[in-house]
Design a protein. Structure first.
Length: 206
């Protein structure tokens, strides 16, 4: 499982989806063909129409793309992941467990933060709860006691393996507004965008 917004977070609190007048964002408008409806009738279309009336000379193309990505992200974060909720986990906690499971070896808190695109403080908070509930265990480094190594317990591994198929089925339902071909096309386009953003931000940090 990977982060949903490509930037570090600071905690587990969900953010309510903002209104269209505040941030110009909107949700997906499925047509069953993998393409947006024409004319577009989602909330971003309304916001864009208002901006065009105020500033008819502006190119609103970026707003139409980024606005829809932001609105979809807000709605997905607002939606409760039913399988995870039944297991008493947040999405962020499951992402930590998933990172330990898919990498197959111990990770330090810093490595977990990088794997899940989370802040160190957020990872520390989540790990405290996951260790207290017996899903993760901590081992102190023998050479440097300031360094901790984390791994799944047997209970943690069994929980991840049990939840993952159900969670994927849930996410498939969430994406059912798009046919499989549309989902593949969207995934490809988002991969191009993500690679570009990661390369740009990486160059800025260099």
């Amino acid at each position: 499982m990977t982060p949903r917004n490509g930037r570090p977070d600071t905690g587990d609190e969900r953010t309510d989806a903002p209104g269209p007048a505040a941030d110009g964002t909107a949700g997906a408008s499925g047509t069953g063909t993998g393409a947006p409806a024409a004319p577009r009738t989602d909330t971003v279309a309304s916001v864009v129409g208002q901006w065009r009336a105020v500033h008819p000379g502006l190119d609103t193309g970026p707003m139409e793309v980024i606005g829809r990505i932001n609105r979809c992200s807000a709605l997905l974060q607002q939606a409760e992941d039913a399988p995870l909720r039944r297991a008493g986990l947040s999405r962020a906690e499951f992402d930590l467990l998933g990172a330990l499971r898919r990498t197959g070896h111990e990770l330090t808190p810093g490595e977990l933060a990088r794997e899940t695109f989370s802040s160190g403080a957020a990872v520390t908070k989540r790990l405290k709860r996951l260790t207290e509930t017996g899903l993760v265990e901590r081992r102190t480094d023998t050479r440097d006691r300031r360094v901790a190594h984390l791994r799944l317990t047997d209970a943690g591994r069994d929980l991840v393996d049990g939840i993952l198929p159900e969670q994927l089925a849930y996410e498939k339902t969430v994406l059912s507004a798009l046919v499989p071909e549309g989902q593949e096309e969207l995934s490809d386009l988002l991969a191009v965008l993500l690679n570009g953003l990661e390369g740009h931000l990486g160059a800025l940090r260099a």
